[in-house]
Design a protein around this ligand. Structure first.
Ligand code: FCB
Length: 419
């Protein structure tokens, strides 16, 4: 049984800088987003300083992602320099006593993989599995907690449905095909990681994006019905499919996965809430529509710099909704972007208080990871949103710890104990 952990999160493309072999870099070069990631936070060079900071702030764990395109910049060409880099990253985490929580896919793909059709290829999952095998061979004995995929539904939505992320598709059919490949890739990765662990501690999950939902009109049974379908689709479907081995949504899709149970714990990302209203009963309409926040006046809490509502009770609602699954829950992301650090302090305190409440009610909370350790490149939104408990001055890559880092420490030590 894993002991409780807490700390912060980053992902390779958002912090490392110069990830020029992946599809996001190519997308930025095509001018598809307002800013290019360029050096990002230069964490490829500065990781040791950042981990030292995390340690000095009391963290016991650190979640980060391995960049596939650094290990396999061309198909079948395994880049030793990339492996050596992550070896140093693991050495450094170990010397700081930080438990690594490792993500294998955080929205980016090698350019060669994308050119061959990315997640729409018939053997996409098998290609991903070759990469996972190399990672497991090399780093398997150093990692106990794995996240195979970060937010598969968000990735599909942004990349294949609305098309604002690479490959910029706008097709539900393609989105569903890519989702099938991703889930298959997860199951294969789950099997590989366990095989290489050879009985040693090894816990594997995905990071599931979750949203708290409130019906637009609490008295309307129709709004409630849409909310039920929507929250099932957004928050439950993938996790429950990976636990049953069967991906099923009436009228949308039905698929058997290659294994029955492929989650050892639940990785949960939670940020915000939406209001849902009825839109119809068939096809995508059954999931309802999102109601503008302005419509709800005083009921809406504070808003972050991206317009997302701050709704701390949501983290409680989400984690308790998995009670029947009886699996440990790791909050793999939760955070807020704001220029105003006092908002971040309130956010952290309030969310952790709700989490503590759930824990006291018997929900097995394995830990909490704040997004993010340092300000970083927020995908299509560029560098403007500031999520870090550590501020980055991009003109000279200097770091400055924000007061919220101490609030995080205090709240986490209260829940998970001091180490
Ligand atoms: C999550 C992503 C992460 C970051 C935060 C703000 O959905 O996993 O990369 O962008 O949102």
């Amino acid at each position: 049984m894993l002991k409780p952990i807490w700390g912060a999160v980053t992902s390779a493309h958002q912090v490392e800088g110069n990830n020029r072999w992946n599809d996001w870099w190519a997308w930025e070069e095509l001018g598809k987003v307002k800013e290019c990631s360029l050096n990002a936070c230069d964490q490829y060079r500065l990781f040791a300083e950042d981990f030292q900071l995390a340690k000095s702030l009391g963290h016991t764990a650190h979640r980060f992602s391995i960049e596939w395109s650094r290990l396999e910049p061309e198909e079948g060409h395994w880049n030793e320099e990339g492996f050596r880099h992550y070896e140093k990253v693991f050495d450094c985490l170990e010397s700081q006593g930080l438990e690594p929580v490792v993500t294998l896919h955080h929205f980016t793909n090698p350019i060669w993989f994308a050119r061959r059709g990315g997640w729409l290829q018939k053997n996409a999952a098998e290609r991903f599995a070759l990469y996972v095998t190399r990672v497991a061979e090399r780093f398997g004995r150093r990692v106990r907690i794995w996240i195979t995929l970060n937010e598969p539904l968000i990735y599909i939505y942004q990349s294949f449905i609305v098309g604002i992320w690479p490959p910029g598709e706008k097709s539900l059919d393609k989105g569903l095909n890519a989702l099938r490949q991703l889930l298959k890739a997860h199951v294969l990765a789950y099997q590989i990681l366990h095989e290489y662990a050879r009985g040693a501690d090894c816990s594997v999950s995905i990071a599931q994006h979750t949203i708290a939902f409130t019906p637009c009109n609490r008295k309307s049974p129709f709004d409630r019905l849409s909310l039920f379908f929507r929250s099932w689709f957004v928050n439950q479907l993938i996790l429950r499919s990976l636990l049953s081995g069967f991906l099923f949504f009436p009228g949308v899709f039905c698929e058997k996965l290659p294994a029955r149970k492929s989650l050892d714990f639940l990785g949960i990302n939670y940020y915000s809430r939406d209001f849902v209203r009825f839109q119809g009963l068939w096809g995508l309409d059954q999931f309802g529509a999102i109601c503008p926040k302005s419509h709800h006046g005083k009921e809406v809490g504070e808003i972050n710099d991206l317009g997302w509502e701050i709704y701390p009770r949501g983290i409680y609602e989400i984690v308790t909704s998995y009670r029947d699954l009886k699996l440990p829950i790791l909050i793999t992301e939760n955070g807020v972007c704001s220029e105003d650090d006092s908002l971040r302090q309130r956010y952290i305190e309030a969310h952790l208080a709700e989490l503590e409440k759930a824990k006291k009610e018997g929900i097995p909370i394995l830990g909490y990871l704040y997004w993010s350790l340092v300000d970083n490149f927020e995908w299509a939104e560029g560098f403007k949103p500031r999520f870090g408990i550590v501020e980055v001055d991009y003109t000279n890559q200097s770091r400055r710890v924000r007061p919220s880092a101490q609030v995080l420490r205090k709240s986490c030590e209260q829940i998970f104990g001091r180490t």
